[in-house]
Design a protein around this ligand. Sequence first.
Ligand SMILES: [Zn+2]
Length: 495
Amino acid sequence: MPVYRRVGIGLLMQESNSFAPHPTTWEDFAVQGVRVGVAAPLTVDGTEWGGMVYGCHEAGLVPVPLVRAWALAGGPVTPDVVARLATALAQGLDDAGPLDGLLLALHGAMIASDDTDPEVAFLQMVRNRWPRIPLGITCDLHAHLHPTKLRLADFCIAYQTYPHDDTYATGCRAAATMARVLNGEVRPVMAHRHRPILFPPDISGTAAPGCLAPIANWARAREKEAGVLHISYCPVQPWLDVPNTGSSVVVVTDGDWMRAEALAAEGAALLEAQRPAVRARQALSLDALPGLLQSARPPIVLGDIGDGTAGGGSGDHTGILTVLLAHPLSCPAYVPLVDAAGVRRTWPLTVGAIVDLTVGATLDPRWSSPVRIHGRVVARGDGPYILEGPYLRGHRMTVGRWVRVAVGTVHVLLTERAGLTSDPAFFTMTGATLGEAGVIVVKSPLLFRRAFSDIARTVAVVDTLGPTASRFAALPFRRISRPMFPLDDDWKDQS
Ligand SMILES: [Zn+2]
């Protein structure tokens, strides 16, 4: 008789940002859909969940849904969120019945207002129930990894790419490794190295010229060697103001702890070697933007570094919009802007109506000022959009109601909630024709690059300040351990 091994799969994911203006509440999870137990469909989408489901089937394992809960990046989650997620996971475990293994997709950088790492509590709960069950975790490349968390898992696998185009593949890899563990083929051991370095996301891509390219190339080469299962390099999400934050390398080998340790040290040295690239970082200022608009080939895709909604920005920074209104192009410019009050005011109007509004900087007035617009309602709608990927392809994203207001050629895409504008699906939802655009503004420092590679003739990122700023010195860090590069350049080599 065949043996059907049952593997529980769960996804509990939110990326927290200490500098975001508001906490992340249960509503932020609920609006995107929280599913527990069999209510979580075993859909093969482009997320880790989908990869785990497919990977389990491929390996002859039976995936058992536990819980699926995801919220957009934002402020630290409330204690209520932590309690509800723990309850949902416990319910999923109760409903699952006997399990042979467990795979959990975590972001890896969730913090709570009263806890620097609530993911530890989720893992501890699993361990309290099943001290010895094989437990694999997957996480974002921007995870905050530390020994307290890692020792609760048998193996940890992070995304290999930034922009993240391997969310699905990460889930597949985790399921394949779980199968090998359950078959007795491998016995994972993990080593971890921490470095007090924060990498500005706009320059830390994993493909050249990104400053993570050397370590990504090194890791892929090392993983071809016998006994090396996974190498993860995580430049932490740099806006966590918690004491033990920093970049890390995690190496999983088949039973060879010494080798894992040696490789982790090698990887950490490669992270350190990128400090000159961080020091040399250059980015386009808002003052220099008009010059770029005049000279660059459209469509120009502009990343708004400081207001990245995939990292905790509120999506209502008006800096780039202000420049575009003052320097309009002949082709349309599409500018997303979160402004719930603006949507509420324009929603009752018919398409074609003329509106006079003051928009932006409503959620986070610290970094930009509201802007007055006089334009025409050209489209509006309500409903989720489905991400085209490669990041989270197939994921359903809700931004509430939206209204597109045209101010000359500048189209302001007002939404009630923040969403992922790093995916073209956001714009096509509003009827925007991206191929004919002059400018497309995305609230993202780098994640958008792969998704817009077929559309953009010019790509630039604008060095705005906000919760996801790359100029870390502008942010009010208070709790992180110092020295921390590049905030402190007296950092000593620790390898
Ligand atoms: Zn990330």
